[in-house]
Design a protein around this ligand. Structure first.
Ligand SMILES: C[S@@+](CC[C@H](N)C(=O)[O-])C[C@H]1O[C@@H](n2cnc3c(N)ncnc32)[C@H](O)[C@@H]1O
Length: 275
């Protein structure tokens, strides 16, 4: 397990990321100028369909201002900042990658949200929180990096209050072998995809009741078609975060979706009583 986590950490090692972000964001204004979270959307929403997907997941999860929300595998913090700005909730992000957490804190300072949104380094398999801490948890494009799904979903159940919401938005295996490299794994060694059915079964086995279930593969394909038609993405984009080969990683995800090898699942669950 440690080997797999080390491989994933290495994939998201992002050396010098905060400095690269500072340089890239100079195009949006001086360092002391406050940015709106949505302005960073092309760069900090590290999943298919970007800002629109985060907004939809939050709506399906029923996020409200009173909630304390956990974003598991929070990346450089885009979803957490948008959730807090849109719904007024407090958000805590946790991520395996130290450089991502440092970058998330820097960007959150730039949007003036450090009092409402915070980040910690940690593993989703050993969440650094007490039992029953959060009202809702989000997991966006993270599960495909995690081999031990039963433990992942049990950990999320453990830190949720009974009746709390768990919203997941992830890539799932359909049929055939995916083409690599992809945005979450340059080789199959750090990719742990499950089918949608197996994902749902693992989540339910960890103590969740299904509330919403959506196959978003067609929406993802429409998004890919639109991206292809609109040419190179505007700067700054996720290339700043993942490096110059990001265009190739993203192209392979598009190809895998278009060929039906991979799909996209959105699902929301309620935390059942712990037996
Ligand atoms: C594709 S990015 C998605 C980031 C973010 N959820 C978003 O949608 O913008 C996947 C993230 O999952 C994190 N991750 C992968 N495995 C993890 C684990 N075991 N524990 C915590 N974070 C993990 C990675 O470090 C990375 O930031």
């Amino acid at each position: 397990m440690t080997d797999a986590l080390d491989g994933v950490r290495d994939h998201y090692r992002a050396t010098g990321l905060t400095q690269r972000l500072k340089t890239a964001l100079a195009a949006l204004g001086p360092d002391d100028q406050q940015l709106a979270p949505q302005q960073l959307g092309t760069l900090d929403q590290f999943h298919t369909r970007g800002l629109a997907a985060t907004a939809e997941l939050a709506r399906l999860a029923g996020i409200t201002a009173q909630m304390s929300v956990l974003d598991v595998g929070s990346g450089i913090g885009g979803p957490a900042r948008v959730l807090a700005a849109t719904h007024g909730c407090r958000v805590t992000g946790v991520d395996l990658s130290e450089p991502f957490v440092e970058a998330a804190r820097y960007l959150t300072k730039r949007t003036g949200q450090s009092g409402q949104v915070s980040f910690q380094t940690g593993s989703a398999l050993e969440l650094p929180f007490e039992d029953a801490t959060f009202d809702a948890a989000l997991l966006q494009h993270v599960a495909m990096n995690i081999a031990d799904r039963p433990r992942l979903y049990r950990e999320i159940r453990r830190v949720l209050k009974q009746g709390g919401r768990f919203a997941t938005y992830d890539v799932v295996l359909n049929s055939g072998e995916p083409h690599y490299p992809v945005p979450w794994a340059r080789t199959p060694e750090t990719s742990f995809l499950l089918t949608a059915a197996a994902t749902g079964a693992a989540i339910e086995a960890a103590g969740f009741l299904r509330l919403a279930w959506q196959d978003d593969s067609e929406a993802a394909k429409a998004w890919i078609t639109q991206l292809r038609a609109s040419g190179p993405p505007p700067a700054p984009n996720l290339g700043v975060v993942m490096g110059p080969d990001f265009a190739q990683l993203a192209a392979n995800l598009g190809r895998n979706l278009m060929e039906g090898r991979l799909g996209i699942l959105t699902a929301v669950f309620e935390a059942a009583p712990i037996r």
